[in-house]
Design a binder for this molecule. Structure first.
Ligand code: ADP
Ligand code: MG
Length: 510
């Protein structure tokens, strides 16, 4: 006889005001399996898991654990039922040690001291058994993100979780850390534990799950065996239409050098050198992709070139020198020179959230002749222009009068892209072009970037997504600790080599 599902959800419904985040969701997760849940942003994945972990209460529906109906009013009840959760944003206490974090909440405070020795032993055993390699006495704030995540997992195991839920666990990890996490998950599965893995990365689903469920607009639309599906099939089930996963592009036909950067250096307010002598070139009609783990200087590079941050060194655009500090080095001067910039941090730098879409479209370009009538801004021209841009970039809802904050992340992104791409730059700087963007919109954004390249423009792309770097770039430079570790051609390298370079190790000889 087959055992009952480790988890069974029956007809779960949950609304937030007018938003129906979970609609009539039923799901069975079999014990000892890794069950993936995929879906676009806002599909309802985190809501469903938060219900299972007692963070939200379902409006209706039932939860069965090991075949028995179980009430989960809070996370204490979830832990009692053997469920552990690793959140998208960790919930560790920064200035406490690993041991303190693991024990915290699991034991009564006043009994903490005598049990610490025992807890340390238990924790050390767990860490050894699962090859997690974390020091019980290390402070959380001194650990890498990958190690912090392991602490979250240890915390769940310490509480004897049989069911582990991970919500988008690899978003913050390097490829090597993600591989390590997957080894840990395989080990847990071999022990008979049940794992629910939420991700929007198809590759991860294919690599590690046994079964995969697809969510779309609050509904659980399909559950299939991983061996019987493909990335293409899953993408289509997620989006609900045909999508192009590979970027469809002809080989680049690079022309003259547009951007030349020599010995670029930036020192931040704390005296830390963020860029330590960057040299690179980008030619007309080519995409140079910068790969790297976030925080290794890529953002600083974009900010310097975009006129947001001062630097030393030499930068030329079409053979003309650009000022790197003082007057004439700001973003407006850069736009005049022919550089446009889709910043990584769109909320802070790309959009004024309280302003309407049409105002945002003109942002930075309001003094162009086509938007002016004498000395006044021609708001009607700007509004009509926005209307046309929104149509071309398929911004939804198609309403130039809606404030930027009322669009979803993907649509905000399209507003910034429309503005910067259609400004017809010689050089486009683009940071994390598809962060927080759904698969359908990713396809669209990638096509626009390739079109711009094919129109003979130079493009400097920064992304922490290696898939994106590999599929868009004509050349790839890897950054680590403020330096370029090396350059590779996409056809002559792979994720493993790039991953090593991203971690500061030399790749194979080119
Ligand atoms: P996913 O994890 O698949 O990206 P979520 O479960 O986070 O999706 O969100 C599903 C929908 O519910 C979205 O439209 C989101 O805006 C909405 N939502 C989620 N949490 C809340 C909340 N606490 N209050 C209001 N709306 C929410
Ligand atoms: Mg989520």
């Amino acid at each position: 006889m087959t055992p009952p599902p480790a988890i069974e959800l029956r007809r779960i419904c949950k609304s937030f005001g007018p938003v129906q985040a979970n609609k009539d969701i039923s799901l069975k997760v079999m014990p000892g399996t890794i069950h993936g849940i995929i879906g676009e942003n806002g599909a309802g994945k985190s809501t469903l898991m938060s219900i299972l972990y007692g963070f939200y209460k379902a409006d209706s529906g039932e939860i069965l654990i090991g075949g028995r109906e179980t009430q989960i009013p809070d996370s204490q009840a979830a832990i009692k039922a053997g469920i552990g959760m690793v959140f998208q944003h960790f919930k560790l206490v920064e200035n406490f040690s690993v041991l303190e974090n693991v024990v915290l909440g699991a034991e009564d405070g006043s009994f903490l001291r005598p049990t610490l020795a025992r807890a340390r032993k238990h924790l050390t055993d767990l860490a050894r058994d699962y090859e997690m390699n974390v020091d019980p006495d290390a402070k959380i704030e001194d650990l890498s993100v990958g190690h912090q995540q392991r602490v979250e997992i240890l915390k769940a195991l310490y509480r004897e979780a049989n069911i582990l839920i991970l919500d988008e666990p690899t978003g913050v990890l390097t490829p090597a850390e993600a591989d390590h996490l997957f080894r840990i998950l395989r080990g847990l599965k071999a022990e008979g534990k049940t794992i629910i893995l939420i991700t929007h990365k198809l590759r991860e689903i294919m690599e590690i799950t046994d079964t995969v469920s697809v969510m779309r607009r609050g509904e659980m639309t399909d559950t299939v065996k991983t061996a019987e599906t493909s990335p293409q099939d899953l993408a289509e089930r997620m989006v609900g239409r045909k999508v192009l996963l590979r970027v469809d592009k002809a080989p680049a036909r690079p022309g003259k050098t547009v951007l030349e950067v020599k010995d670029l250096r930036v020192t931040d307010g704390q005296g830390v050198e963020r860029l330590r002598g960057i040299d690179l070139t980008v030619r007309a009609g080519e995409i140079l992709g910068i790969a790297g783990v976030a925080g290794n200087g890529q953002s600083d590079l974009l900010d310097v070139l975009g006129g947001i941050r001062a630097a030393t060194g030499a930068v030329t655009l079409n053979d003309a020198a650009l000022s790197l500090s003082g007057p004439g080095s700001d973003a407006r001067a850069r736009r005049r020179a022919g550089i446009t910039h889709v910043p990584e941090d769109r909320h802070r730098l790309g959009l004024i959230l309280d302003f309407k879409a049409w105002e945002n479209t003109g942002f930075g370009y309001q003094d162009l002749p086509k938007y002016c009538q004498g000395l006044m801004m021609d708001n009607r021209a700007l509004r009509e222009d926005t209307d046309a841009k929104m149509a071309r970039f398929d911004v939804r809802p198609h309403d130039p009068n809606l404030a930027a904050k009322n669009f979803s992340g993907g649509n905000q992104q399209k507003i910034v892209l429309a503005r910067e791409i259609e400004a017809d730059p010689d050089l486009l700087l683009i940071g994390q072009p598809t962060r927080g963007v759904d698969i359908g919109a990713i396809e669209f954004i990638h096509q626009r970037i390739v079109e711009l390249r094919d129109a003979g423009k130079a493009i400097l792309l920064v992304s922490v997504e290696l898939d994106e770097i590999l599929s868009l770039s004509d050349r790839i430079a890897v950054m680590f600790d403020g330096r370029i570790m090396g350059e590779r051609l996409p056809g002559q390298t792979d994720e493993t080599e790039l991953g090593l370079m991203m971690a500061g190790m030399e790749g194979r000889a080119a």
